[in-house]
Write a protein that binds this ligand. Structure first.
Ligand code: EPU
Length: 433
């Protein structure tokens, strides 16, 4: 078992480069299965969710070759109808396995896949994805832990999403590339990775218009071919490092970002008293010697404040000068990490979807457990701010979404290291104390 061990209290300073976007990568990798040819995908983050997905693709006949750490070539020419039954042990940990349905249904008109896994923070249904496939003329059968979706042919239609689901929008978009006529998705999600995935599909020959707005129109095309594509930077990784700068009262220039994607966070950090400046592809957060001010944050669909930055922001709010309020509007149970934060001295009460955060808390290091990916990132931030040693277990969650987190933070001056427990743990503790 691995742990992260952090000796907190050091202001982070320097430059850091953001990796490619996880949630774009885990959509675009399966989207490649909808093409027949060779896709070369660049700027992929080297994280467990990406590596795990390539094994799944290999198992169903797509050839995956890493040309370098961040460039993956996917050759789908050897795939056949037998590629449409997908069972792989990696699927139980992957939320984004649902994209296999849209990609394979489009190209082969049938798919059977195990139910998606992934981070557990409340109800995460996929009924809207299925509703979309049914509008396109597919039959959906769910039994024995499998989802089977099949159709003689797909025909374009009008789909109104009750909630602007990221997964449903991308999934329906992929299948609709192969539907006859035009499909309209109303109340579509607008997150940056929706646009990235649509751009990828369009480079492969699709006809998708309106991605990034509430109405997306997809006109079916006979088939998709391979292409070369570069993934956008990760909005959530960038936001996590921006908050790492703030919580340690540091000064960090975050490079390889799209500042527009960061606006909801930049505005909050400014409101809290940080100095935030930006250029074409960078943002600097300077919190040197600043008193952080309390505030209210509400998670919303893009361009609102992302739910995937909520745990990190709640952690930062523990350093606000008075009481702050967090409202989680997307997921019903995304506060499971708060018990762990309280072990470090945070004073937080939850009332339904609201967290009331009493600041400023003087955090002190403790042993904690990551309960999911962003919860793990929140504990890293808390550990960086806390006095003494914080040991974080269950860091496989963090590795699912953050490339080289300890190397990136160390380069900014953090005292953080990864250790393998089983005997090494005690030694590591002695080394860092
Ligand atoms: N929803 C439904 N019915 C559906 C689908 C969704 O009611 O059929 C609801 C959900 O219950 C939730 C809301 O819609 O309340 C949003 O869910 P969405 O479908 O947008 O989430 P997702 O596709 O499961 C993706 C990201 C998550 C991110 C959310 C919201 C991927 C692989 N995952 O999940 O990322 O939190 O969108 O932005 O893209 C993460 O990176 O840590 C992560 C969890």
């Amino acid at each position: 078992m691995e742990q992260l061990i952090i000796k907190g209290g050091r202001p982070l300073r320097g430059n850091i480069s953001i990796s490619g976007a996880k949630n774009a990568a885990v959509a675009i990798i399966p989207a490649a299965l909808a093409t027949e040819g060779i896709c070369t995908v660049e700027n992929l983050p080297h994280i467990e969710d990406v590596i795990g997905y390539t094994s799944v693709l290999e198992a169903i006949g797509a050839k995956c070759t890493f040309l370098n750490k961040s460039t993956l070539q996917i050759d789908t020419r050897g795939m056949s109808e037998s590629s449409t039954t997908v069972t792989h042990e990696n699927l139980k940990d992957m939320r984004a396995s649902y994209y296999l349905i849209g990609a394979l249904l489009g190209r082969f008109k049938k798919v059977s896949v195990t139910m998606p896994g992934g981070c557990n923070f409340g109800e995460r249904p996929i009924g809207l994805h299925m509703k979309g496939f049914e509008v396109l003329g597919a039959t959906v059968v769910q039994e024995h832990g499998f989802i089977h979706v099949y159709a003689d042919k797909l025909v374009g239609g009008h789909i109104y999403l009750d909630v602007a689901s990221v997964g449903a929008t991308i999934n329906i978009m992929m299948a609709a590339c192969y539907a006859e006529g035009t499909t309209t998705i109303d109340n579509a999600a607008k997150e940056p990775h929706i646009v990235d995935c649509a751009n990828f599909l369009n480079m492969c020959g699709a006809n998708i218009k309106g991605a990034g707005t509430e109405v997306i129109r997809i006109t079916g095309v006979g088939g998709l071919k391979g292409c070369d594509y570069t993934i956008i930077p990760d909005q959530i990784e960038a936001g996590t490092y921006m908050m790492a700068a703030a919580i340690t009262r540091g000064n960090v220039k975050v490079n390889n970002v799209i500042p527009k994607h960061m606006e909801s966070l930049s505005a909050k950090l400014q409101e809290m008293g940080c100095n935030v400046t930006s250029g074409d592809d960078w943002i600097r957060v300077d919190a040197t010697n600043k008193e952080l001010l309390s505030t209210t944050v509400m998670t919303q669909y893009y361009p609102g404040f992302p739910t995937d930055l909520q745990p990190q922001m709640t952690t930062l709010l523990t350093q606000g000068n008075e009481v702050s309020y967090m409202h989680e509007n997307i997921f019903s149970n995304r506060y499971q990490y708060i018990d762990q934060l309280m072990r470090l001295g945070a004073k937080i009460k939850t009332e339904g979807r609201m967290a009331v955060v009493q600041g400023p808390s003087s955090l002190t290091g403790a042993d904690v457990i990551a309960t999911d990916l962003r919860a793990g990132a929140a504990l890293v931030l808390a550990g960086l701010a806390a006095k003494g040693i914080t040991k974080i277990s269950n860091i496989q969650y963090i590795d699912r979404g953050y490339e080289n987190i300890e190397e990136k933070l160390s380069s900014l001056g953090a005292d953080i290291r990864r250790v393998t427990t089983d005997g090494d743990e005690e030694q590591a503790h002695l080394e860092v104390v």
